[in-house]
Design a binder for this molecule. Structure first.
Ligand code: ATR
Length: 281
């Protein structure tokens, strides 16, 4: 029997680790995997997805810049995808697409499982309010954090994220220039893409306490500036986005194949290759 067809859609897509990750999961679990990368521009995304389905595609991942478009194309979505306003996992149901967002669950799984953090009752600072931030915010709230402060270069987008979470009081927005008046945080999440444009980080040291974990949703070179700041600021832990990448893939794999794969070996394989990895998936 030939393998069910899966793919990741994005632009650019050549850097994507997803085909490698899903192939490794399949090999370890004894499940035949046919998972390829499909590069497509935004104006061709809907047609490419339909062509994929017509050709037997039953599931897909979606990455930049198509996550919001994928959400709009779905006939049904999970509540976490609705709060994120974005979909990274598609599952074919009959002749329609069902959409989920596994990014936030992947982050929480990495932080709690791999890094042993207890997120309950923690103050969280979320830097950025774009697609990556929207993807992880619902899962952090669901993990039982006390409070989330959202800061973004464009304040209106931070306000929109706060509104989308639907928990005023627990989730608030602040101005970047006002960060030194926000107290300290046990978790600081960099969900901006500024390092991909060569940006540096200069955040107030007052944000850090003796327990602070700094996590960058990027990995490889794109995670270097923020994590360099975190180390200089004596954050207790600094975590890049590689573990989240593997865990969100495992969540998608489970939805398609009914088995949650072991992730440690794949994580170790990618960590060895970390020096050549770029960006976010
Ligand atoms: P992604 O899907 O990676 O989140 P995105 O939706 O384009 O991509 O969001 C990029 C995020 O990085 C936004 O929060 C953006 O801030 P703006 O909303 O003000 O654009 C943030 N960002 C990008 N470049 C930045 C920079 N040089 N300094 C600060 N924030 C930056």
């Amino acid at each position: 029997m030939s393998a069910a067809r899966h793919a990741v859609f994005g632009q650019p897509i050549a850097h994507s680790q997803s085909p490698r990750i899903h192939a490794a999961f399949g090999a370890a679990e004894g499940i035949a995997v046919d998972y390829r990368a499909i590069e497509v521009a935004p104006d061709g995304f809907a047609a490419a997805l339909e062509a994929f389905a017509a050709d037997g595609g039953v599931g897909a991942n979606v990455t930049l810049p198509h996550k919001q478009a994928a959400f709009a194309l779905c006939s049904s979505t999970t509540s976490r995808a609705q709060r994120a306003g974005a979909v990274n996992t598609l599952l074919r149901k009959g002749d329609r697409w069902h959409g989920d967002n596994t990014d936030g669950a992947g982050l929480v799984r990495d932080l709690t499982g791999r890094h042993g953090l207890d997120l309950r009752g923690r103050r969280v600072l979320l830097l950025g309010a774009g697609g990556a931030a929207r993807g992880v915010a619902p899962a952090l709230l669901d993990a039982g954090i006390l409070e989330m402060v959202v800061v973004n270069r464009t304040p209106e987008k931070a306000d929109a994220l706060v509104d989308a979470m639907g928990e005023p009081g627990r989730v608030t927005s602040q101005y970047w220039d006002d960060l030194r008046n926000q107290g300290d945080f046990e978790l600081i999440v960099n969900a901006t893409s500024s390092a991909r444009q060569g940006g540096a980080f200069n955040l107030p040291l007052s944000l850090v306490n003796s327990m602070t974990t700094a996590v960058d949703l990027n990995y490889g070179d794109a995670a270097i500036p923020f994590l360099a700041w975190a180390r200089a600021a004596s954050c207790r832990n600094s975590v890049d986005g590689l573990g989240m990448l593997v865990e969100q893939a495992a969540e998608s794999f489970q939805q398609w194949h009914g088995v949650r794969p072991q992730t440690d070996a794949v994580y170790a394989m990618l960590r060895e290759r970390d020096a050549v990895l770029v960006g976010a998936d």
